[in-house]
Write a protein that binds this ligand. Structure first.
Ligand code: HEM
Ligand code: SF4
Ligand code: SF4
Length: 534
């Protein structure tokens, strides 16, 4: 195969800008630190979305509980919240605090989650959908929180309510300015509280619907965080609720302007900004930020590879590609070509991120085929397996120093280009799970190298969400297609590593080559053939 650059590092991160790369670096260091403290399974940075969901449920359950005690009305609301906080501090009071702190935790998770997805470049190409549907989530979470602060009807609620009313009145689209409701206690009736309560319940329900849409284009979702992590952070929130219970300010008094209020900076940061600037300025800032966030997926640099393509005559309808695709880009449909199989794979190009995981899963992706062309049931147009086999053979022929190692890596993991040498050849893939296990068998059984080293992103950090899980399961024989048992496991090394783990990868590679060297020396020489003189 010509050295066209396909499968040669570097290919990754081409669609990210300088800011993203800087942020990514920061996240990688932070993740490495947390990995050391908690291990990958407990690392909160790998499950921010799932933790966001967990806090949503804590907010929902604690909210339902405190709703039982809550009374609507200008005087009744404040009194009922005070009753919970003071009289029933041990249960309703704790629930109120949990409701507040879990809401704050949700904002924190959401912001860090969005920042991390941006840093890792999970927003270009078909991934735009999940990103863009995350943008209204930001608004809905903040609206739900603000409407919650109104319900307490203390001085903070008064400050927030009047400032919000003035903010909305800036548009001058409401017949009577909303702020007029707060001129005197007489203008504010109990129905207004019923409306507020309705908003405070409906917005979180709408949020749930938008979150459901947010996750429509990804499969094998991690909706629930690690149980231990969830329990641990819940206990932290509980301890915080007991030690620093959420309390109200003094009751709202429309005859007086609140002078000093303690703000919840997770939700109410826009209000001081409004005081410092103007309602119009905060609208402009919010509008510009929202539009900027929403158009980010289409800003340069953009790299679009061609989607995967099905070769129907080579597809037996087994469905493995559809089961492994992390982006729900493959559907199994009734057979259309008359071949004796029930179904066939169909790729939806608009959903395909060209990760190649489907080609790695297809049972027809076997390099041992010689008589017919290597055309699997499904393949990447830009990086077909036929070229991968040719590249492996080419690189193997160039290796001049034993023990020879073929290093297969994901372009989003450690910078691979620096590992090539006389005894090591590097093959970069769009995802490590794009490598069918039969290729490892092929390399070792055909003597193309003495060892195979697999690397990808750091564990818990897979750019294509499930590449590492699927690869490990295929090697362990728990997910099709399995690596055949005849393949000597001591000739395979696996190390999941990010850019910042380059030293670990180098060390692992050298140790692996030393082991291979010993193995080569102690290997039994081939037995001489016994000649028959009969
Ligand atoms: C409370 C709010 C949010 C929750 C609970 C949430 C939840 C989730 C979950 C569970 C995932 C899937 C993780 C996985 O299994 O791989 C996810 C993915 C994602 N979310 Fe969110 N999310 C929230 C807000 C946001 C926001 C505000 C944005 C950005 C504006 C965003 C952008 C993304 C992106 C880009 C992905 C990854 C898509 C991919 O890998 O292709 N999310 N989110
Ligand atoms: S390359 Fe295959 S596995 Fe990856 S998104 Fe496209 S169809 Fe799904
Ligand atoms: S894995 Fe291959 S053979 Fe199986 S359905 Fe997908 S394309 Fe067809």
């Amino acid at each position: 195969m010509p050295d066209s650059g396909i499968f040669s590092p570097p290919r990754g991160q081409a669609d990210t800008n300088l800011l993203q790369r800087g942020l990514r670096r920061g996240f990688l260091y932070l993740e490495a630190g947390l990995d050391k403290c908690f291990g990958a399974a407990w690392n909160p940075l790998y499950q921010l979305g799932a933790l966001g969901f967990f806090y949503y449920w804590v907010v929902a359950v604690s909210g339902i509980y405190i709703y039982i005690f809550f009374d609507t009305g200008t005087a009744a609301a404040y009194e009922s919240v005070e009753y919970m906080t003071e009289e029933q501090w041990y249960l309703a009071g704790v629930m109120r605090s949990l409701h507040r702190y879990a809401s704050d935790a949700m904002v924190l998770m959401m912001l860090v989650h969005a920042l991390r997805e941006y840093a890792l470049g999970h927003l270009k190409g078909p991934r735009w959908f999940t990103w863009v549907t995350g943008v209204p989530v930001l608004w809905l979470v903040v609206i739900a929180g603000i409407s919650g602060y109104w319900l307490v009807w203390d001085q903070l609620a008064q400050y927030v309510a009047i400032a919000t009313a003035e903010w909305l009145d800036w548009w001058a689209i409401f017949g009577d300015p909303i702020a007029r409701n707060f001129i005197s206690p007489a203008a504010l009736d109990d129905r207004f509280f019923t409306l507020l309560l309705f908003v405070h319940i409906m917005v979180p329900l709408l949020l749930l619907l938008v979150l459901w849409i947010h996750l429509q284009r990804i499969s094998h979702l991690q909706i629930n965080p690690n149980r231990g992590l969830a329990a641990g952070t819940f206990v932290m929130l509980l301890v915080l609720s007991l030690m620093v219970p959420a309390v109200s300010h003094g009751p709202a008094d429309l005859a007086r302007v609140p002078v000093a209020v303690n703000l919840d900076w997770f939700y109410l940061w826009a209000y001081p900004l409004m005081d410092l600037t103007s309602e119009g300025a905060v609208w402009s800032l919010a509008g510009v930020l929202t539009i900027m966030l929403a158009v980010l997926p289409w800003l340069p640099p953009r790299v679009r590879r061609q989607p995967a393509e099905v070769s129907l005559s080579n597809c037996n309808g087994c469905g493995r590609c559809a089961a492994d695709c992390p982006y729900s880009a493959i559907l199994m449909r009734p057979r259309s070509d008359g071949l004796p199989f029930d179904t066939e794979a169909v790729v939806t190009p608009a959903l395909c991120v060209s990760c190649g995981i489907c080609a790695g899963a297809c049972p027809t992706s076997t390099p041992f085929r010689r008589k017919s062309d290597l055309i699997p049931g499904i393949d990447l147009i830009d990086a077909p397996l036929r070229d991968l086999r040719a590249r492996i053979e080419l690189l193997s022929g160039e290796l001049s120093e034993g023990p020879r190692v073929l290093l297969f890596g994901c372009e989003h993991g450690a910078a691979l280009e620096t590992f090539s040498g006389k005894g090591v050849a590097v093959v970069a893939l769009p995802c490590i799970a794009a490598l069918p296990p039969s290729f490892i068998d092929y390399v070792l059984s055909r003597g193309l190298a003495e060892g195979v080293l697999l690397t990808g992103c750091r564990k818990g950090d897979c750019y294509n969400r499930h590449g590492i899980d699927w690869t490990e399961a295929r090697l362990a024989g728990t997910r099709d297609p399995y690596l055949r048992t005849r393949v000597p496991r001591e000739c395979i090394e696996v190390l999941w590593a990010a850019d910042s783990d380059r030293a670990d990868l180098l060390e692992s590679l050298e140790a692996f080559r030393r082991r291979l060297s010993v193995r080569e020396k102690t290997k039994e020489p081939p037995r001489p053939k016994v000649e028959s003189h009969v």
